[in-house]
Unconditional design. Structure first.
Length: 274
């Protein structure tokens, strides 16, 4: 079977996009299929795979799979790429709603071609601040929030100098800690000033450091506002580019949460399913 795809990225967070409204993948085992096509050097290669499918709740449904084949609840950069994919293929207008495992989200194609995603309200009572994790006798202080998916946020200095291999090994211990029975994404954050952050993220399901993580940037911006007095909008510098996070905050909740940034087509193609 010939399968058409589009390769996209959001600040270097890359995805394989497939229009599955006609159920073109009905004959494949999705987990092994995703693992195969996301494998770098041997196939297309990507951090994850996105399926656009029909929905009876929104304009379309987005299914997101990590590169290890596991299905995720939500992916901020992936959602922005999916919104752009749906728009450039004439499936939706610039304003759209799409269904995910985590619920229905809204998106807008901005005039500069960037894509903005709107996250649901996050209640401050559900955010865990100033937590301590025992790392083989060493204490690691962290904050935790679910913004689409679970995120651990740890503030550090000079994070760009941290070697990738060392960061991955350290983050993996946190990701698989018994403290997080369902796992967690791990973000290290450096506060440059009241409106700028630098971030690096280890993503659960990809099991490596990615060039950007949209939901991680969003969670980090919210937590930074709570404990570091940053203010909206927050410019978040990732390894792959800049994401902008907007929000409104009061004593009980964080609302009007937006994530915006580039979502670009890398190439299109097709391959034969074996």
């Amino acid at each position: 079977m010939k399968i058409n795809f589009t390769k996209m990225h959001g600040c270097g967070n890359d995805f394989i996009m497939i229009d599955n409204r006609k159920n073109v993948l009905q004959h494949v085992v999705l987990k092994s299929f995703v693992q195969m096509v996301c494998r770098r050097k041997f196939h297309i290669g990507a951090n994850g795979l996105m399926l656009l499918e029909d929905s009876n709740k929104a304009d379309f449904s987005m299914r997101y799979f990590n590169s290890d084949g596991s299905e995720g609840e939500m992916c901020g950069n992936g959602a922005r790429c999916m919104a752009k994919f749906a728009y450039i293929n004439g499936i939706v207008d610039k304003e759209m709603a799409f269904e995910t495992v985590d619920g229905v989200y809204q998106a807008t194609i901005l005039n500069n071609g960037h894509v903005q995603i709107y996250f649901p309200t996050v209640f401050i009572r559900n955010i865990k601040l100033a937590q301590t994790l025992d790392m083989n006798g060493n204490e690691e202080h962290f904050h935790y929030a679910t913004v689409g998916v679970p995120h651990t946020v740890i503030f550090k200095q000079k994070i760009v100098e941290e070697k990738e291999e060392a960061f991955i090994q350290w983050a993996r211990k946190i990701r698989y800690s018994n403290y997080f029975p369902k796992g967690t994404n791990v973000n290290i954050v450096e506060v440059k000033n009241k409106s700028e952050l630098i971030i690096r993220t280890y993503e659960r399901g990809v099991e490596e450091e990615t060039l950007a993580c949209g939901s991680g940037a969003t969670a980090s911006a919210i937590i930074s506002a709570l404990v570091q007095s940053t203010t909206s909008p927050v410019s978040v510098q990732t390894k792959g580019g800049v994401l902008t996070i907007g929000f409104q905050m009061d004593n009980e909740k964080v609302s009007s949460i937006t994530l915006s940034g580039e979502a670009e087509v890398v190439f299109t193609g097709s391959f034969m399913d074996k």
